[in-house]
Design a protein around this ligand. Structure first.
Ligand code: NAD
Length: 251
């Protein structure tokens, strides 16, 4: 996809924080928003992939600052906000997207801390520093826990439902300042999942899906960028499946 989001109302001279920006969905969000004219504060724990993203944006589409951060560490989140704020730009936009793989072997309580807990901490850090200009944020949840509970780890659907609940809570409590929305993807091909999606078994399963294929990271990113943008100005508190209708074939 070669989408141009400049028409959605983003303004030059403003910035966005994108978490989990080094890979997959977050990477595509960072590229789209940089192309739309926002300065991107790209947060991730993977240094090499983050450097690669920064080099790509600087060489081609726009302005970016890479921030190395472990979102499972409150002190590191505070330092990342200080770093983003030091750019001296308004930060009206936040994309809460980073997440451990669904297969990560942790307890439910640890999984909640690593996903819901980190999204809450990042959001609170933003509102503490940038409430005056905060316009819109998104949360990357999943169909798991919201539209379907598959054969996955215990913590994953629990946490993804928790993320959607927090997203709705913010939509109501903050009264649109900022707006708060979410996406619920499933089966998205990324660098991390590419090998699993290439297997014969997975290819057969995908063929049985309504669209007969997996989703692409930029297809999820496109919905995130729309929900985030001024063009979605009366959309608040929704969780949009980005699943090619596969949700309706489960069960
Ligand atoms: N790929 C899918 O099929 C799928 C389906 C449903 C939901 N999701 C959700 O989409 C979001 C993005 O996933 P993706 O598929 O692009 O995955 P990905 O693994 O390609 O990218 C996730 C990024 O988050 C970063 N990250 C993870 N833990 C971090 C931490 N503690 N601190 C800082 N950065 C950290 C990783 O380094 C990575 O760059 C996640 O929340 C995931 O749960 C993905």
């Amino acid at each position: 996809m070669d989408a141009n989001f400049a028409g959605l109302g983003f303004r030059q001279g403003e910035a966005v924080v994108v978490t989990g920006a080094a890979n997959g969905i977050g990477r595509e969000v960072a590229l789209l928003l940089a192309r739309a004219g926002l300065t991107v504060s790209a947060w991730d724990i993977e240094e090499a992939a983050l450097n690669e993203l920064v080099a790509e944006i600087e060489a081609t589409v726009g302005t970016v600052r890479g921030v190395l951060v472990d979102l499972d560490d409150q002190g590191a989140i505070d330092a990342a906000w200080d770093e983003a704020t030091s750019m001296g730009l308004p930060i009206p936009y936040l994309v809460n997207n980073a997440g451990p793989p669904s297969t990560t072997d942790v307890s439910v309580v640890e999984g909640l801390r690593m996903s819901v807990g980190s999204y809450v901490a990042v959001t609170e850090g933003w509102l503490k520093r940038h409430a005056a200009e905060a316009s819109s944020m998104t949360f990357t949840s999943s169909i798991a826990g919201n539209f379907f509970v598959g054969p996955t780890t215990d913590w994953y659907p629990t946490a993804k439902a928790g993320i959607a609940g927090y997203m709705r809570h913010c939509a109501v409590k903050l009264r649109g300042h900022p707006r708060s929305n979410g996406v619920a993807p499933t089966g998205v091909v990324t660098r991390r999942t590419a090998e699993a999606f290439a297997s014969e078994e997975m290819q057969q399963r995908l063929k049985a899906q309504p669209m007969g294929r997996a989703g692409l990271a930029d297809e999820v990113a496109a919905m995130i960028c729309f929900l985030l943008s001024p063009a979605a100005s009366f959309i608040n508190g929704v969780l949009i499946p980005v699943d090619g209708a596969s949700t309706w074939t489960h069960g």
